[in-house]
Design a protein around this ligand. Structure first.
Ligand SMILES: Cc1ncc(COP(=O)(O)O)c(C=O)c1O
Length: 425
């Protein structure tokens, strides 16, 4: 291991708490991660020492707050290797808002009846619904690329569905359900051949692996601070400068204007054009501390740890009779989300029993109802890992499954015949 997990755990106050008298085992990181002391301190420090509105004030506090806010922009840009961080990094509330910004700001201007929007079968609702909305408004059509039995995109289906009518390909780099990692660099290449732009939903990938927007040659990338040690309420939309410049604003109001008369307005330059109103100053500043924390560990090391713990989890869960895992079995092909079902136990019941044991997992449709239908299930359980999780956390999960079995007994064992370790779609 290239970093010291026990040392890392000391930075996360919440990991010291108990739940129902048991030590907390937090395995819901794909939903949101915990926050280190450094991020919490940055937030408190801002409010205690230089709370002020940014950009317009001419006093010391406003200047300090503006500098810290803009520093976070540069850090976020550096983190994904944006060529022009001071213009290409737009702060949003979250991934969802970033995708909506593109759907409305880019889509309204560039989509018309007959055009096609291509996404994939594994998308989160936040990369489906905005496209369906803009399709309704513009007359464009939505299409999706299918997955195979291992949860990977079917490349031939992608090539078949990409055509001169495709104006945008919107695809996640890492699935929040199956963990599958899509080769978005190859997708950018083929999309660009047809003149389409590529939006990457990086909500799961950016927190978990090195992501370089120049290397990928994507046109947009959206991600959320709260899934990478940062506070809730902050997201990033990266966009190539020329494309952002050509887009219309999404929201109108203060901060995003150049000149306003009663009749009309002209808009500010990037990035302000897309940041109307007072932004989430405190949380953006604290997000800078989160980025600093991850940079300190190194994203290669973060990924290395994730591969190790995910493989340990897949292997351990596979040995539990009645567990059925969905998605790739090789951790090198996926992120740190392991989705499974246990016998015929409803994932909600399972999650409640695990909670009694202090183990926090996710149960439900994971904001991916079409994918659930594609997998032939109504819901699944999901354990997802991050930098502070250990193999002992996985062991605690497996032990807690034993507790579930003791409570529900035959209801789960009946369905076990042959369930085994199936990876199916
Ligand atoms: C793949 C993926 N895309 C988008 C989102 C939406 O993120 P947010 O709720 O922060 O906007 C999530 C959140 O779980 C996700 O996992």
């Amino acid at each position: 291991m290239t970093f010291d997990i026990q040392k890392i755990r000391q930075d996360f106050p919440i990991l010291a708490r108990t739940v129902h008298g048991k030590p907390l085992v937090y395995l819901d990181n794909a939903a949101t991660t915990q926050k280190p002391r450094q991020v919490i301190d940055a937030l408190v420090h801002y409010y205690e020492h230089y709370n002020a509105n940014i950009h317009r004030g001419l006093h010391t506090l406003a200047e300090e707050a503006t500098a810290a806010y803009e520093e976070s922009r540069l850090k976020a840009g550096r983190f994904i290797n944006a060529a022009h961080p001071e213009q290409e990094i737009i702060f949003t509330r979250n991934t969802t808002e970033g995708i909506n910004l593109v759907a409305h700001g880019w889509g309204r201007k560039n989509l018309k009846s007959g055009d096609e929007i291509l996404f994939s079968a594994i998308e989160h609702h936040s990369n489906l619904v905005p496209w369906q909305m803009i399709a309704l408004e513009t007359g464009a059509k939505v299409r999706y690329v299918d997955i195979d039995e291992t949860g990977h995109l079917v490349w031939d289906d992608l090539l078949e569905k990409l055509n001169a009518k495709t104006k945008i390909v919107a695809i996640s780099q890492m699935s929040n359900v199956l963990g599958t990692i899509n080769d978005v660099k190859a997708i950018a290449e083929v999309a660009h051949k047809f003149g389409a732009v590529l939006l990457i939903d990086g909500a799961q990938s950016v927190p978990h692996m090195p992501v370089d927007v120049q290397d990928l040659d994507c046109d947009f990338l959206a991600f959320s601070a709260h899934k990478m040690l940062g506070p809730t309420g902050v997201g990033v939309l990266y966009g190539k400068r020329d494309i952002l410049n050509a887009m219309d604003p999404f929201l109108g109001g203060g901060e995003m204007i150049m000149k306003v008369t009663y009749e009309e307005s002209t808009y500010a330059a990037l990035p302000n054009k897309f940041e109307a109103g007072t932004p989430n100053i405190a949380d953006v500043i604290a997000f800078g501390a989160a980025i600093g924390y991850l940079e300190g560990l190194g994203m290669d090391a973060v990924r290395e740890h994730e591969i190790a713990i995910t493989q340990y989890a897949i292997d351990a869960l596979s040995r539990v009779e009645g567990v059925k895992i969905f998605g790739p079995e090789d951790a090198h092909e996926k992120g740190g989300a392991v989705t499974f079902n246990y016998g015929d136990l409803h994932p909600h019941d399972l999650s409640q029993v695990l909670d009694q044991e202090g183990v926090a997992i996710r149960a439900g449709h994971h904001c991916a109802q079409p994918l659930m239908r594609r997998l032939g299930v109504v819901a699944t359980a999901r354990a997802s890992f991050y930098i502070y999780n250990t193999n002992e956390d996985v062991d605690a999960l497996v032990d807690a499954l034993g507790a579930a079995d003791r409570i529900f007994g035959s209801s789960s064992s009946e369905a076990r015949g042959g369930a085994g370790h199936a990876v199916t779609a």
